[in-house]
Design a protein around this ligand. Structure first.
Ligand code: ADP
Length: 492
């Protein structure tokens, strides 16, 4: 009975050894292979018959055979369980001559027949391969990659780090990462690092702070640093990806200067337009005034032709005056717009309609409207906006069709959409952007009078309040002008 159980145990053990995912082999005191399992056959490509009785060295590359012979001798003198070749690259040699990275564990086994070694062999090619890939990926990364342990010691750097900081990797490995931090930030750095290890996560370093790296030559470079925690056998490490942002900084700086210059010259230009148009009004009024005097006083002594000339001159002066006052309005939009206050758009619209009463009556226009909101803006400018849009809707009506105009309001996500719809002549698609530019008109003065400034003023008013303006139209059927206004806009 007992021997029956022993037999069963033995079978079980044999099977366990045979199918172990780890290569197992037993070596006798003379380093001869006594027993191997399937995994050893797989790893080394020999059959067990080929291995039995051979020296263990058959499984080692020629270069390390002597070393192993010494090691084996030592082991038999001082047998205890140990892992072999920890920390160094141990390699096995396959039957086909190729070498593979392996890990070996040694266990002494004492039997009546003497001392044996039970040796476990693990093929770590896959692990070595993925480590190799990881290193290759880091090496060729376009950013500087620096891996640091909890104490701040640099354990890995790539080529780009060498280029970025001007150190060789030998000068960096094993040193404190603080050598790459400018002196004035250095004392706080360990604290930040501790904080990261307490709360590891992928993130940007120093959100909101400007970061600098210190090169070997003492020059500081502005950098952006991404932090990634990496869990390894040696514990948690942090992998930093460092990007030199000098050129981006320079570009930003240049852009800022250009924007400031532009703003200044724009202001100067507006100032100029304002003063010029203001000063031009005066002599123009004089011209028109004297022309009228001439006409009144000398009407009887002038012939038809002369009266005609005077009429043309008065007409020109009036138009010029109109142009100048529109220009003045345009250049004033910015100044006035600076003081924003809550404006009830319903009242602004009422005022605009009151100003347009004459042309509404003359054209027989009907105007309908939705209830409008109160927004932040300048009251006079919003009156102006409605007056220009509705004025155009009346002016650009179709012949023989009474204008029907609707002012609509559509509350949208975060903004108001205000529309002015007409049933007028419409605008061909190719002109729908151009009409918002100053002096751009689509018609001769004879057909429709105007200066071409009205919509440019509208655009300026709307954009100043943080909104936008555009038109949708069907030629010969009508147009709808849309303006958006942010719902909770900050004061401009
Ligand atoms: P103006 O009305 O003084 O010509 P605007 O800047 O107000 O200048 O308008 C520019 C041009 O856009 C107009 O000349 C006209 O051709 C076109 N336009 C504006 N509003 C309308 C409209 N409601 N329907 C058709 N065309 C329009």
């Amino acid at each position: 009975m007992a021997s029956h159980i022993d037999k069963e145990m033995e079978t079980l053990l044999r099977t366990a050894v045979e199918y172990s995912p780890c290569g197992l082999l037993v070596i006798d005191a003379r380093s001869r292979i006594v027993l191997v399992n399937r995994e050893v056959e797989r790893i080394f490509g020999y059959t067990r018959e080929e291995l039995r009785g051979k020296s263990f060295e058959i499984l080692l590359p020629a270069s390390s055979r002597n070393y192993h012979a010494v090691l084996a001798e030592e082991f038999f003198e001082n047998p205890e369980m140990r892992a072999m070749g920890m920390g160094r690259d141990l390699r096995g040699r396959r039957k086909d001559g190729t070498e593979i990275p392996i890990e070996i564990g040694l266990n002494p086994v004492k039997t009546n027949g003497g001392l044996y070694i039970l040796s476990s062999v693990v093929d770590i090619s896959a692990r070595a391969r993925s480590e190799q890939r990881f290193r290759a990926a880091i090496e060729s990364a376009p950013s500087g990659m620096v891996m640091v342990d909890r104490s701040g010691t640099i354990v890995l750097v790539n080529r780009e780090t060498e280029r970025l900081f001007g150190y060789t990797r030998e000068e960096l490995l094993g040193k404190s990462v603080e050598m790459l931090v400018p002196e004035r930030f250095r004392s706080r750095h360990p604290e930040y690092r501790e904080e990261f290890f307490r709360n590891p996560g992928t993130r940007l370093m120093g959100a909101g702070r400007e970061l600098y790296g210190l090169r070997k030559d003492g020059v500081e470079i502005p950098v952006e640093i991404g932090l990634n925690p990496i869990e390894t056998d040696e514990g948690l490490l942090v992998l930093s990806a460092i990007v030199d942002i000098s050129s981006r900084r320079r570009a930003e700086e240049a852009l800022r200067t250009v924007a400031e210059d532009l703003k200044k010259s724009n202001q100067e230009l507006e100032q100029f337009a304002y003063i010029a148009s203001h000063d031009l009004q005066e002599p123009l009024r004089m011209i028109a005034g004297f022309l009228r005097l001439l006409e009144d006083r000398y009407k009887s002594s002038l012939d038809e032709k002369a009266r005609n000339y005077i009429e043309h001159a008065v007409d020109g002066a009036t138009r010029m005056s109109r142009l100048i006052s529109d220009l003045l309005l345009y250049s004033r939009v910015e100044r006035r717009g600076k003081q924003a206050e809550p404006v009830d758009m319903n009242s602004a619209l009422e005022l605009a309609l009151a100003n347009l009463r004459m042309s509404i009556q003359e054209s027989g226009a009907t105007v309908t409207k939705d209830k409008l909101p109160t927004i932040q803006g300048n009251p006079a400018q919003l009156v102006q906006l409605f007056q220009n849009l509705i004025g155009n809707a009346i002016k650009f009506r179709r012949k023989g069709v009474a204008p029907r105009i609707h002012i609509g309001c559509d509350p949208q996500d975060g903004r108001w959409l205000i529309s002015v719809r007409d049933n007028g002549i419409g605008i061909a698609p190719e002109y729908r952007e151009r009409i918002f530019m100053i002096f751009q008109r689509l018609h001769g003065r004879k057909d429709y009078p105007g200066t071409g400034i009205g919509l440019a003023i509208c655009k300026k008013i709307v954009e100043q309040l943080g909104g936008s303006i555009w038109v949708e139209s069907v030629f010969d059927e009508g147009s709808t002008f849309y303006c958006t206004f942010p719902k909770n806009q900050p004061a401009p």
